[in-house]
Ligand binder design. Sequence first.
Ligand SMILES: [Ca+2]
Length: 357
Amino acid sequence: MKVIAPIIALLLLCTQLRAATGETAWIRVNQLGYTPRGAKVAVLASKQQIGFNDFELIDAKGRVVFRRSIGINLGKYGPFINCYRLNFSAYRVPGSYRVKAGEFESPLFKIADTVYNGKADFCLRYMRQQRSGFNPFLKDSCHTKDGYIIYGPVPELTHIDVSGGWHDATDYLQYTATSANATYHLLAAYRDFPHVFGDNYQANGLDGSNRVPDVVDEGRWGLTWLLKMNPRPDWMFNQLADDRDHAGMRLPNKDSVDYGYGKGNGRPVYFITGEPQGLGLYKNRGWYKNQKMPWSSIEGATINFAYESDIRSDCRTRHDMGVAGLNAGNPSHGQTLLAEHDFGGQPSGRDETTSLR
Ligand SMILES: [Ca+2]
């Protein structure tokens, strides 16, 4: 027992020391992995001075296969006082590895030509989960009765069909600016990297190929809603719903927030006026940085009618661009897509908001 006690004490001390030192530095790697011929850099960030000059690449069997200098100290970043870029681009052998520097190790990662396969499509899962109208993740519809016009050139609470698009974040508000940004990037990604996207989902987001790359399906989902929010040349809406949405965690198809039209019975849609709006009566408490103006006013002023034609034109260009890409592989279907949408604000064809239940 006299022998065991010191051993246990030593083991505990080692554990404590490792825990203490393990909290002072980290090695960050691309956990997706690296391609053999691509740039390969890990980042060492430390909250204390370090006592080593080299880093190593360790293979899955624990063998050192590469060693280099950690390079120059790049200084402070966030909570860290020393940061280093550990470049191992020169090592090109496929396999599984860790980066080790001193006593610090990275998570296991791969070097392989296939590390990025399917990753672009994986990101689209999130977009499909955020769909408003018909939500393929829930296989149910939500927010199908949007919305009621606020501040528009028509009698207050006039109904207009603006159901669709994506919920903006963890809440269920929806914005033209963020949706346009997401749509642009989806279509630009397809323009620049058409070969990385697959076709495993239908236009409504359910399983199954429709002979259209899924990234184009998602871009079209965004464009369809943007066109609803810009229903005529001199009309544009900025925001759907407001901060009354912040009423606790709930699934979108169980949204029971009452905007004054009955629980789950449609949400307000804000017409862009360029004037302060939203605060008080409609309880939008979003403020733009330190300026004394609410978000809705700032965004409305930013996306003024002066830019309306440009935005509308760009939406048309991006959509045409996606369809043009499709034409290369399937001309007849590309023409069908063009014919389905007249860019007059209302898509024709399939009803994508129908509940499956
Ligand atoms: Ca598809």
